[in-house]
Design a protein around this ligand. Structure first.
Ligand code: SF4
Length: 444
C-alpha cells in the first residue's frame, strides 16, 4: 500500500498542520498513568463503544510494559491509533472519568493510548493471530473504511480468508481521506492499516461493485459479504450558482489538501454548515492561507452539531461564525466568485426557522465550501435484494450486524447514518465475531 502523503512531499505544508494534541513524552506518560485510580467497573471502559480496558492499558504504561499496553488496546480496537487522535473523548471515556467527581482533570486517556500505539508502531509491532489454523470460509468486505477494516481484522485473526474491496486507490475511508490532517495524518491512517494487510487480508482497490453481474460474481466467490460502504456524496448547495467550480464540498476540499492537490487557499472563504466536517474544512482553509473564513449557519450557536471543543478550536483558529444566516445564491464573474447572497433567518416560537423578509445581503467570497451532510447510498444499496432499509440506512440485528438477507452483514455509517470512527470499529468487530460464529456453525 502506498503511504506517501503530502507532508512527506511538502514539509513546508506540514508545518501548517502541527498536531492538535502533541504526543506525551515517556516521562509525562508515566506521570499521567500514575494518576489513574484503576477503578473497578471503570466508567471510562463502559463509555468506550469498543470497550477498551482503560485501567488495564494505563497500568501497563505505568509499569513500563508499553508492548503489553498496546496489545491490550488492540484486542478491543484494531484502529486504536486513529481513535486515540479522532475520538471525541470529552464525551466518551474522558467525559466518564471519575476524576470529574473530585473536581480534578480527567485522565488523559487518548494521549496515553496514543503513546502506547505510537511506541508500538515505532517498534514495528504486529497484530497477533487468534487462531493458528486456516478455517474454511471466505468473506468480502465492501468499502475499506473503519467498519470493514475492523471486521476484516477480526475474521483474519480467527483464520478466515478476507478480501476488502474499495473503489478508491487507498484504504481507510474517511480516516485517510476525510479527517483534518492536524487530527490524523494520512500516513498514520495507512500505517495502522498496513498491520491489517500484514495479517494476510487481501485488498482490491479501484473496484466498485455497482451492478447485478458484479454482485452475483461476488456472491459466488464469497460465503459472507460485509457492507461497510459508509455514506454517499455530500449534499449539494442547491441555490442558483451553487454548481460553480469554486463551490467545493467539504470532503472533496479536505481530500484535495490531504493528497497534496491543493496546497494554498487565497482570498475569502465561506463554509456553509456547522458540523464537525465544516469545522475541519474551515480550519484547514485558514491554515492554508485564506484571508478570512466564515461559517454560515441557519440556526444559532446552541443548535450546531459540532462538538463544543471543535467549535472552540475553530474560534481559536480565527474562524468567524454568522448565525441565523442562510445562503440563497452564489454570484460569480468571469474569473471566479464575487459573493454569496444570504438572507437573515429567525426562529419562531414553535422552533421553526424562517427567512426574514427583505433581509438579503451579500458576503464577498472567493471559495464556498458546503458542509451540509452526506446522503445515504440509497441508489447503490437498493440494488441489494432482501435488504431492509430505514431512512436510507441498512437495518441490522444490533447484536450481530446481520441484515435481513442472512448472507449480508453491515456496520458503520451505512447503518447508523454517520457517527464516530470508534462506533464503526465497534460495529465491524461485532460483525466479525458474529460472522465467524456463523461460519463455524456452517462448517461443523
Ligand atoms: Fe482511570 Fe478515570 Fe478510568 Fe478511573 S475512570 S480507571 S481514574 S481513567
Amino acid at each position: 500500500m502506498a503511504s506517501q502523503t503530502i507532508f512527506e512531499e511538502h514539509p513546508e505544508i506540514a508545518k501548517l498542520f502541527p498536531d492538535l494534541h502533541p504526543p506525551l513524552t515517556r516521562q509525562a506518560a508515566v506521570i499521567e498513568s500514575d494518576r489513574c485510580l484503576n477503578c473497578f467497573d471503570a466508567p471510562c471502559t463502559s463509555a468506550c463503544p469498543t470497550h477498551i480496558d482503560v485501567p488495564r492499558f494505563i497500568k501497563k504504561i505505568a509499569s513500563g510494559n508499553l508492548q503489553g499496553s498496546a496489545l491490550s488496546i488492540l484486542d478491543a480496537n484494531v484502529l486504536a491509533a486513529s481513535c486515540s487522535r479522532v475520538c471525541p473523548v470529552e464525551v466518551l471515556c474522558e467525559g466518564a472519568c471519575v476524576m470529574h467527581r473530585y473536581n480534578k482533570q480527567p485522565i488523559e486517556i487518548a494521549r496515553l493510548q496514543r503513546h502506547a500505539m505510537d511506541t508500538f508502531h515505532a517498534k514495528g509491532g504486529s497484530l497477533p493471530m487468534k487462531s493458528d489454523i486456516e478455517r474454511p470460509g471466505k468473506i468480502a468486505c465492501l468499502g475499506a473504511g473503519p467498519a470493514s477494516l475492523a471486521a476484516a481484522a477480526e475474521l483474519r485473526q480467527q483464520g478466515y480468508q478476507v478480501t476488502v474491496f474499495d473503489k478508491r486507490p487507498l484504504p481507510g475511508g474517511l480516516n485517510t481521506y476525510g479527517v483534518a490532517e492536524y487530527k490524523l495524518p494520512t500516513s498514520s491512517s495507512l500505517r495502522e492499516i498496513q498491520l491489517i494487510a500484514d495479517l494476510g487480508v487481501e485488498f482490491r482497490f479501484g473496484i466498485e461493485i455497482a451492478d447485478e453481474a458484479a454482485l452475483a460474481e461476488l456472491e459466488r466467490e464469497f460465503d459472507v459479504i460485509f457492507l461497510g460502504v459508509g455514506l454517499g456524496a455530500m449534499q449539494k448547495l442547491v441555490v442558483p450558482g451553487g454548481d460553480h467550480p469554486a463551490v467545493v464540498d467539504a470532503l472533496k476540499f479536505i481530500e484535495e489538501y490531504k493528497l497534496g492537490l491543493k496546497t494554498k487557499v487565497v482570498g475569502d472563504v465561506v463554509v456553509v454548515g456547522a458540523g464537525n466536517t465544516a469545522i475541519d474544512a474551515a480550519c484547514a482553509a485558514k491554515r492554508l492561507g485564506a484571508n478570512s473564513v466564515r461559517i454560515l449557519y441557519r440556526r444559532t450557536e446552541e443548535h450546531i452539531s459540532a462538538f463544543d471543543f471543535e467549535y472552540e478550536h475553530a474560534r481559536h483558529e480565527g474562524v468567524s461564525f454568522d448565525w441565523l444566516t442562510q445562503p440563497v445564491a452564489v454570484h460569480s464573474f468571469d474569473d471566479g466568485l464575487s459573493s454569496i447572497e444570504c438572507v437573515a433567518m429567525e426562529i419562531g416560537a414553535d422552533g421553526s426557522v424562517k427567512q426574514v423578509t427583505g433581509s438579503s445581503f451579500h458576503i464577498k467570497c472567493d471559495l464556498v465550501i458546503p458542509a451540509i451532510g452526506q446522503s445515504p447510498l440509497l441508489e447503490f444499496l437498493s440494488k441489494f435484494r432482501d435488504l431492509k432499509m430505514d431512512k436510507g440506512c441498512i437495518v441490522v440485528d444490533r447484536a450481530t450486524g446481520q441484515t435481513t438477507d442472512p448472507k449480508y452483514f453491515a456496520g458503520g455509517d451505512c447503518v447508523n447514518g454517520g457517527r464516530e470512527v470508534v462506533d464503526a470499529v465497534a460495529d465491524g468487530k461485532r460483525s466479525g465475531v458474529a460472522i465467524a460464529e456463523l461460519l463455524e456453525g456452517a462448517h461443523v
